[in-house]
Each structure stands twice: as C-alpha cells, then as structure tokens.
Design a protein around this ligand. Structure first.
Ligand code: ADP
Ligand code: MG
Length: 140
C-alpha cells in the first residue's frame, strides 16, 4: 500500500489510524532518511493507542516505553546503535515478542533480528513534488 502525504498532519493521521488498529505483539519497522517523518508518524501511532504524553525519539536510550495507552508501546530508535549486540543487552526479544506494539525507527540497521512478521514502512521524499511531500509505503 502506498500513501502520499503533503503535510506532517497527514502523516500523523496515517500513523494514528495504524495505532488504532495495532494489536499486542505487532512490530512496525520505519525506514527513511533523517527528517523524513518517522517520528511524526510514530507520534500519530502513539496517539492512536491513546497515549497523551509527548513522544520524541529516544536520544540517550535505544527504547522508550509508554504504558499509558490501550496496549504497551515500545518506541525504538536504533540510529546510533554501534552493534546489533546492543539489542541483546537491552533484552530486545522481550519487546519484539511481547505484549505491546513495537515501532523501530532505522530498523534496516538491525535487519538480522527483525521478526519476519514485522510490518515494514518506508517513508521517502520526492522533492520534485514539493518540500513537504512524502511517499509512505506500507508492506502487508
Ligand atoms: P525522522 O524521525 O524521520 O528523522 P521527524 O519526524 O523527526 O523525522 O521530522 C520530520 C520533519 O519533516 C518534521 O519537521 C515535519 O514537520 C516535516 N514534514 C514536512 N512535511 C511532512 C510530511 N508530509 N510528513 C511528515 N513530516 C513532514
Ligand atoms: Mg526520528
């Protein structure tokens, strides 16, 4: 499925719709360049789960946990990860095969441990269509 958005609000809304439908144990991967809208999308997902506290990319930790919503939400940003072993150290399996929704920004950096069942989401710019245009591809 390919969705085109023209504003951050549209990308947020798309994320929100996915968040409303998410089930415990779901894993969504998010890939795309810096500043493309992965965190905006993630904030929409969080809103769709009923989370009202602010959601930003975890800067000093790999994962940020939110328990406020309909199901637990685990927000990963692995941009700064040096080695996939760092995921072992935080016990990633308890999250990926757990009781909540996982979203992983920059998932391609840890491709070898992404569950086969993960929903893959790619966000791209196309500057010919404008600065705020984004093409969002969601694999089923
Ligand atoms: P990432 O997490 O991928 O690095 P962010 O979500 O932090 O990116 O930032 C995306 C930036 O792009 C925000 O400043 C947002 O306002 C802007 N933006 C412009 N157009 C869009 C769009 N259509 N969808 C999402 N973000 C957009
Ligand atoms: Mg981000």
């Amino acid at each position: 499925m390919i969705i085109e958005t023209w504003t951050p609000e549209d990308t947020f809304q798309l994320g929100k719709e996915l968040g409303e439908r998410a089930k415990a144990g779901d894993v969504y991967t998010l890939d795309g360049d810096l500043g493309v809208g992965k965190t905006v999308f993630t904030q929409g997902v969080a809103a769709g789960l009923g989370i009202t506290e602010p959601v930003n990319s975890p800067t000093f930790t790999i994962v940020q946990e939110y328990e406020e919503g309909r199901i637990p939400f685990y927000h990963f940003d692995v941009y700064r990860i040096g080695d996939v072993e760092e995921m072992d150290e935080i016990g990633y399996e308890d999250y990926f095969y757990g009781d909540g929704l996982c979203i992983i920004e920059w998932a391609s950096l840890i491709e070898e441990i992404i569950p086969a069942s993960a929903k893959k989401i790619i966000i791209e710019k196309d500057l010919e269509k404008g600065f705020d245009f984004r093409r969002i591809t969601i694999e089923e």
